[in-house]
Design a protein around this ligand. Structure first.
Ligand code: C5P
Length: 253
């Protein structure tokens, strides 16, 4: 009998890009080079972050947003550590705030990109499984997807008025079971993210999903990963070195 199974043409997968804001100075890490250029296991943190994104199957393009005066330096650094052949990379100059840097990265995206993942250079060790899960949820139809973990500390709200160094009056203790600590990459339908950035250039959002929430568009959380932590303080660098050393011995990383 002839096989009559119809050939169902699948639409091509939406092309996804990663925008990596890496233009911050990272002053909380102490004096030295901009945070994204600090070495981790002998390789700049930014290179780890680019690799983490480029390894994900969905990603066709990585846009790195560098400190304005270091675009050439970052370009040559990334040329020394090229991504897999199927992945393009671009370096553009960043702005004074994270939000502005992301906006400048988005402006560099070619038209055919439909899905955008925004990933902080300061989270160099995010596992590829987390990146894939975020991209897959956006491709499945969610306009905004954020990896998140339950919080382990109890969190207090304080009055905004206390002078620095003074004891801070507590105003509330939110129910910890309803709080989540969010990470990156945060994934978006491109049109939604562009609309969110256009609608709000005044506030200084600390994440992109916050801007999308202001539009009234639903944002969903997927499980984050403890190794996607942000390298902010000197202790985080020690932890990152330890994670990397373990991966190099156990995962042939
Ligand atoms: O300051 P914070 O840790 O929130 O920065 C998160 C990310 O935003 C970092 O990767 C940093 O390099 C980036 N950033 C940026 N442009 C700025 C400030 C921060 O790209 N002006």
């Amino acid at each position: 009998m002839t096989d009559v199974t119809p050939f169902i043409e699948q639409p091509p997968p939406a092309r996804a890009a990663a925008v990596i804001p890496a233009a911050g100075l990272g002053l909380r890490l102490g004096p030295g080079a901009p945070k994204a250029l600090r070495p981790l296991g002998g390789t700049p943190m930014l290179v780890h972050a680019v690799r983490a994104m480029a390894r994900a199957r969905a990603i066709a393009l990585v846009v790195v947003v560098a400190p304005a005066e270091q675009v050439a330096l970052v370009r040559s650094l990334l040329d020394e550590h090229p991504p897999p052949p199927a992945v393009e990379q671009l370096v553009v100059a960043g702005g004074a705030t994270r939000q502005e840097s992301v906006r400048l990265g988005l402006a560099a995206l070619p038209e055919e990109i439909e899905v955008v993942l925004v990933h902080d250079a300061a989270r160099p060790l995010v596992p590829v499984g987390t990146v894939d899960a975020v991209a897959a949820a956006v491709r499945a139809g969610a306009p905004a997807v954020v990896p998140a973990l339950p919080v382990t500390d109890t969190v207090k709200s304080v009055a905004a008025t206390a002078a620095s160094g003074d004891p801070e009056p507590v105003v509330a203790t939110p129910d910890r079971s309803l709080l989540r600590a969010v990470q990156t990459p945060q994934g978006f339908d491109r049109a939604t993210l562009l609309a969110a950035h256009r609608a709000n250039t005044a506030d200084q959002a600390t994440d992109d999903a916050g801007l999308v929430e202001q539009l009234g568009v639903p944002v969903v959380l997927v499980p984050g990963h403890e190794e996607a932590f942000k390298v902010t303080r000197p202790l985080d660098l020690l932890l990152a070195e330890a994670v990397l050393a373990r991966r190099r011995t156990t995962d042939d990383f």
